[in-house]
Structure formats: C-alpha cells, structure tokens
Design a protein around this ligand. Structure first.
Ligand code: C2E
Ligand code: MG
Ligand code: MG
Ligand code: MG
Length: 283
C-alpha cells in the first residue's frame, strides 16, 4: 500500500500536471463565481445583408472579465463550462441578457433585427431548453421571430431528436441557424430534414477565398445548394473587400466579419446603429 501511495504521490508531484490541474481548478472556481460577480458581458457584432447593404442582425458573443482587467476568450472557457455543466446557468444568462438588450433597442425605437445567440451542445440537449426559451421570451417581451439560436453540425448528428427539438423551438417562433458550417460532418442532403433558416459558412473557408480554388468551390457549392433548399447563407470572418466581392458575385446573402465591425459592447454597437438607422422614436 505504501508503494502504491508513493506512486500516487509521485504522480501528483509531476510539476507539469500539477500546474495544469491547479490552473484548471482555479479557473473553474472563478468561472463558478463569474455570474454572481457580474463578470460576464455580451459583445455584439453586426450582420449585414448584401442586397442591399444593410445591418440586419447582431451576434451576441460572450466575454469574461476575470478580474484585474483580464479578459478571457470564450474559446478558453466555454469548453470548461461545457464539461462542468456551468454552461447551463451561463447559457441561460446569455439568452436572457441578449433578449433584454434586444428589447431595449426595440423600445428605444430602432428597427427590430435578428439577435443571434450561440448554444453549446449541452445546452441544446438540455431537457427543459424549450421551456427555458419560452420563459425568457415571455419575461423579456422580446419578439420570438427576431431571436436566432445558433447550433453546430455536431449537435444535429442524431437527426431524429435534433429535428424534434428544433421543431419545438420553431413553434415558439424562434429561428435556428447552423454555425461554422462545413467543418462538421453533416451533408446538405440531410439539412432538408431540419427546420433551419440560415447557414453560417465557417470563416476557415472565407479566409483564403481570394487565392484558394478549393475554398472558392466549396463556398459556391454551399451557397447554391442552400438556396435550392430555401436557406439563407451568411459568411463569417469577412475581413476585406476582396472576400466581400467574391461573396457578392456568388450571391451570398449576408456577411459578418471585422470588415463591417468587430464585436463591441452594447453602447458602442448602438452608436453604430445611430449612423445606419435613425431611431424612429425621436420625431
Ligand atoms: P462563433 O459562434 O463562430 O463566433 C464567431 C467568432 O469569430 C467570434 O469569436 C468572433 O469574434 C470571431 N470573428 C468575427 N468576425 C471575424 C473576422 O472577421 N475575423 C476573425 N479572425 N474572427 C472573427 P469569439 O467571440 O472569440 O467566440 C469564439 C467562439 O466561442 C464562438 O464562435 C462560439 O463558438 C463560442 N461562443 C461565444 N459566445 C458564446 C456563448 O454565449 N455561448 C456559447 N455556447 N458559445 C459562445
Ligand atoms: Mg456563432
Ligand atoms: Mg461560427
Ligand atoms: Mg465557432
């Protein structure tokens, strides 16, 4: 037994794993407290239609200010939140906060626009997701047709249960889109069995679109097949004029990316709306 214990002790003293586990536990503890400490914030990034060029939506993107002006990227804490289940309360906060903000903008007289919110796999599988979304819509008064839930291809692998859940969400009036499209395993063929309104072309296909013939062909194929299925296509990660022209020439419906605006806090996003879209309230 002593030998066994010794072995375990040795394993614990591996400096590399100790640091990693320690960091992880600290991060998890802090993440657990992030909600009550008001450290979470949503940033909003514009989504723009191409025909004509007009701001038609916003994607809400989560940011965590872990004290001491230390901003943590969602890529670095969403996986941990997902593993620990913390994504459920955090995800609920995200949907609620996005709807509250959207309602404030409508009440201020801005033209309503799509508010897109990311769902994680665990949230999508959550038993009471439909009730939760229904309650949030009721509590906030946000119009359901302007809420869009973004899911990824991996969450639709079980087509039967995914399409049933999506159907229930559509019954509430909300929209559903497929995020990061093209990176997963789904075929366009089975998309027609899912009640989807938008496909978001992953930005890895957009990045080298000026030079990479393969990416150009993939993007063209996604656009034309999506259109055959009456699904709108939005391209992610548009950073320059050349990418934009290619997408425009190939009938992509909408774009999102740094070229039109980075994700910014609500007040800054609102200043952008004032320029494009004069509030109706003030006349
Ligand atoms: P996503 O849903 O695909 O979001 C788009 C990501 O691309 C965002 O990164 C955005 O800032 C970034 N992006 C937008 N335009 C450009 C561009 O032109 N160039 C480049 N290089 N990047 C661009 P972000 O905010 O760091 O989020 C990363 C991922 O974290 C998201 O990818 C999403 O999967 C996840 N995430 C963010 N917020 C939430 C949330 O509230 N809940 C859940 N479950 N996941 C979230
Ligand atoms: Mg997204
Ligand atoms: Mg994406
Ligand atoms: Mg992503």
């Amino acid at each position: 037994a002593a030998k066994e214990a010794g072995k375990d002790t040795y394993a614990l003293y591996n400096p590399q794993s100790e640091t990693k586990d320690g960091d992880r536990i600290l991060l998890e503890n802090d993440l657990r407290k992030s909600l009550e400490r008001n450290e979470l914030q949503l940033f909003y990034q514009p989504q723009v239609s191409l025909f004509p060029t007009r701001r038609i939506g916003a994607e809400a993107l989560l940011r965590w200010n872990r004290g001491h002006a230390q901003w943590i990227s969602p890529a670095d804490f969403i996986p941990l939140a997902e593993e620990t289940g913390l994504i459920l309360p955090i995800g609920e906060w995200v949907i609620r906060t996005a709807c509250e903000q959207g309602k404030r903008w409508i009440d201020a007289g801005y033209e309503p626009f799509i508010m897109a919110v990311n769902l994680s796999p665990r949230q999508f599988r959550q038993q009471n997701l439909v009730e939760l979304v229904r309650d949030i819509l009721r509590d906030t008064g946000y119009p359901p047709e302007y809420l869009e839930l973004e899911i990824t291809e991996g969450m639709t692998l079980d087509v039967e249960s995914a399409s049933e859940k999506m159907r229930q969400l559509r019954e509430l009036g909300v929209q559903i889109s497929i995020d990061d499209f093209g990176t997963g395993y789904s075929s366009l063929n089975y998309l027609k069995r899912l009640p989807i309104s938008r496909l978001k072309v992953d930005r890895s296909f957009v990045r080298d679109i000026e030079s990479d013939l393969g990416d150009r062909d993939i993007v063209k194929a996604i656009i034309s097949m999506a259109h055959n299925l009456k699904i709108t296509v939005i391209a992610e990660g548009v950073e320059n004029e050349e990418q934009l022209s290619f997408l425009q020439e190939n009938d992509c419906d909408e774009v999102q990316g740094y070229f039109f605006g980075r994700p910014v806090p609500a007040d800054e996003f609102e200043r952008g709306m004032d320029i494009q879209n004069v509030p109706r309230g003030g006349e």
